[in-house]
Write a protein of this length. Structure first.
Ligand code: HEC
Length: 157
């Protein structure tokens, strides 16, 4: 009995450290891939203030799109976002990045932004990234905020 409990404990620890190792690897890949995002979102993810009252891009810190359902985040990165004329505070444009990021880099950068700048959310694996790319393959234009909201709704299992 004692032995069984001990081996269960060891097995759980082994799984946890495999997860930790995967996450560390994705974070490393993601940090490098985040170079692509930094030009607009800034190294600290806050979106680069342009005084007195404008920004290049919205902050990724505390963003619901970043930390919510990963499908919405994948959609924003893969296809870009249509410029909203109502939001004149934001000077940049969220361009489609599907050609710049392979599944591994997409998974990394998603994991990285979900777990940086005070954000904490689940890991996104290259298998997930591949699935999102497939799911959205027929979308050929930058998406609207409404499309992002739709993708961000939790699916009923
Ligand atoms: C050329 C500038 C630029 C680059 C590069 C860029 N973004 Fe953006 N991003 C923007 C702008 C501008 C918006 C706001 C779009 C709008 O609403 O018009 C935005 C919006 C977003 C949003 C939605 C945030 C929210 O809460 O509204 C996410 C998530 C995002 N970007 C992630 C990324 C990631 C991750 C990368 C790198 C892989 C990246 N962006 C690269 C400019 C950029």
């Amino acid at each position: 009995m004692k032995y069984l409990a001990l081996s269960l404990l060891t097995a759980t620890a082994a799984v946890a450290s495999a997860d930790d190792a995967q996450k560390a690897k994705l974070m490393e890949t993601g940090k490098a891939a985040f170079m692509t995002c930094m030009a607009c979102h800034g190294a600290d993810g806050t979106g680069m203030n342009i005084p007195p009252d404008k920004k290049m891009a919205p902050s990724l810190a505390g963003s619901k799109i970043v930390t919510g359902e990963p499908a919405a985040l994948a959609l924003a990165i893969l296809k870009g976002i249509q410029k909203d004329p109502a939001n004149a505070q934001i000077l940049g444009i969220m361009a489609p990045l599907e050609l710049q990021l392979d599944d591994n880099k997409l998974a990394g950068v998603m994991t990285y932004v979900r777990n940086s700048f005070t954000n904490t959310a689940s890991v996104v694996t290259p298998e997930d990234a591949k699935k999102f790319r497939e799911q959205f393959k027929d979308i050929k234009a930058q998406v609207t905020r409404a499309q992002l909201d739709e993708a961000g709704k939790k699916k009923d299992k």
